[in-house]
Design a protein around this ligand. Structure first.
Ligand SMILES: [Zn+2]
Ligand SMILES: [Zn+2]
Length: 198
C-alpha cells in the first residue's frame, strides 16, 4: 500500500522525535569518547620504591587512567578508573616479578633428573643409538648445570625486605611541577598539580 500525502504529515512528529533521539545519542557518544574513554592518564601520587625491573631503589609514580576493553584499538567496553604504580626510571610496574622463579628452576632440575634415570633404564634401540647416547649424557649434565646455577646464585631478598630498607619520600618540592608541597601530618600534597607524596 502506498502512503498518502496526508498520512505522511501525521508521521512527522514521530520522525522528529527519532531524529532528536539520534542527536542525543550522538552527543552522548561524543561526550563519552571525549570525556570518558580518552581521558588523559593522571599522576596522582609518588613514593620512594623498590623496582624489581631495575633491581634498585627507585622513585615510582601512581597513574590513574580510564581503562577500556579494546577491539582492534577501538575501546568497546569501559572498565572504569584504575590506579597503577610505575617506575620513573624504566616505566615498568615496580613490583612485578621478572625472570624465571627459583621454583621453576628446581622443577626443571627434577625433570632433567627423572629424564636421565628413564633414559638410562630404557634399553638402547639400535636405530637410535647415537641420539639416545647424546640424551643419556646430556640430561644429567643439564641437571648438574641447573643445580650449579641454583647453588651459586644467592636467594634474592624478598620485596618486603627491599622495601623495608627504603626511607619514605621526604621531598618538600613537587618533583613534577616544582611547587612547594603542603605538608600535613607526614603526607605532602602539591597545591599546583594535586599529586600526593606517600
Ligand atoms: Zn624500574
Ligand atoms: Zn606539582
Amino acid at each position: 500500500m502506498q502512503a498518502l500525502p496526508g498520512q505522511r504529515k501525521h508521521k512527522k512528529p514521530a520522525s522528529r522525535t527519532r531524529q532528536t533521539l539520534h542527536y542525543t545519542l550522538a552527543t552522548t557518544i561524543t561526550l563519552l569518547v571525549i570525556h570518558g574513554i580518552y581521558q588523559r592518564p593522571k599522576r596522582i601520587a609518588f613514593r620512594n620504591d623498590y623496582c624489581r625491573a631495575c633491581v634498585q631503589p627507585r622513585r615510582s609514580v601512581q597513574i590513574r587512567a580510564f581503562d577500556a576493553l579494546h577491539v582492534f584499538w577501538i575501546p568497546v567496553l569501559p572498565l572504569g578508573f584504575r590506579k597503577r604504580w610505575f617506575c620513573t626510571a624504566c616505566g615498568r610496574q615496580p613490583h612485578v616479578h621478572r625472570g624465571t622463579r627459583r621454583g621453576f628452576k628446581w622443577a626443571g632440575f627434577v625433570v632433567l633428573l627423572v629424564l636421565a634415570a628413564l633414559l638410562w633404564a630404557a634399553p638402547l634401540e639400535p636405530d637410535m643409538l647415537i641420539t639416545l647416547w647424546i640424551l643419556r649424557v646430556g640430561a644429567p649434565i643439564g641437571a648438574l648445570l641447573v643445580l650449579i646455577h641454583l647453588t651459586r646464585t644467592p636467594q634474592n631478598p624478598s620485596l618486603k625486605e627491599n622495601l623495608a630498607a627504603i626511607p619514605p619520600a621526604s621531598d618538600t618540592v613537587c618533583p613534577f611541577c616544582g611547587s612547594a608541597l603542603l605538608i600535613l601530618s607526614s603526607q605532602g600534597s602539591c597545591p599546583a598539580c594535586g599529586i600526593l607524596r606517600v
